[in-house]
Design a binder for this molecule. Sequence first.
Ligand code: TRP
Length: 338
Amino acid sequence: MEFSKEKKTILSGVQPSGNLTIGNYLGAIRNWVALQNDSFETHNFLYCVMDMHAITVRQVPAELRRRTLETVAIYMACGIDPEKSLLFVQSHVPAHAQLGWVLDCYTMFGELSRMTQFKDKSAKNAQNINAGLFTYPALMAADILLYQADLVPVGLDQKQHIEITRDIAERFNQIYGNTFVIPEPYMTKTGTKICSLQEPTKKMSKSDENPNACVLMFDKKDDIVRKFKRAVTDSDTCVRYAEGKDGINNLMSIYSCFTGKTYEEIEREFEGKGYGDFKLAVGEACADGLAPIQAEYARLMADKGYLEGMLRENADKASYIASKTLSKVYRKIGFLAK
Ligand code: TRP
């Protein structure tokens, strides 16, 4: 992927959590890949695996390492194309930490205290409320501002972090003159919120205690079909999208995502058939839809040397872009040139 100064830049990132659900895929990754394929000719695409953010909560080192590489392979298997997007690992580009520190000094205690993610995470993790968890948004601002990103596709939960990024950038620009592009959040299409197969009013989550509630991207076909067979529905018998039929609505939305069929087409397809037939069809469509991604993932993970080589090259490319912004910032704030 060639970075061009003439083009607008779209940047996003994920934490290396590994093992994603079909909800992550249908709700987020798929949209990102579509955006990349539609706009790569007119936009620079940067995608970063945020391992430095991950250590704000305690990690098992070997697992963090493994999940970082797996995350890279998952995104590539889903269609992030190295020809169209620059995919790299945050800790490979020291400028994130360097600009992160500078921005810490332009971010206020009061504004960090108001971040809902900080409040939630510190409530859940009372024994490890570390400074990194608190200054997380300033590091995230560095991730974005280093590349002069115009657009940042994120879910709703990250919108507040984009707002603080804009505030930090505007504050810096006010003091030192135009330095950073002010990024816009880009809310990815909604409508594909995938719910639990067991409690279809709740979002599908991989941490659900009931293993039948969520389908993982790397589940085997038999397991996928079995989980859909056991999906909770209702006492009606008719496959149609309607208020109060949360289970069926969720299955219809999954089926529609994998087959491209509209709700009317699905209703017609299953007219006069029971829920059993429908659940089987959804399970098969899901397993068939995931099969090529699973195969590509296996192929990539079998060649770790290739992945690591690509990440090294991409780290150099990202560092080069980032170093332009970092030196500008260092000069403006008065650091002595070396
Ligand atoms: N905070 C984001 C999350 O938890 C991950 C992230 C870190 C990010 N830096 C970013 C997302 C920069 C977009 C841009 O999902």
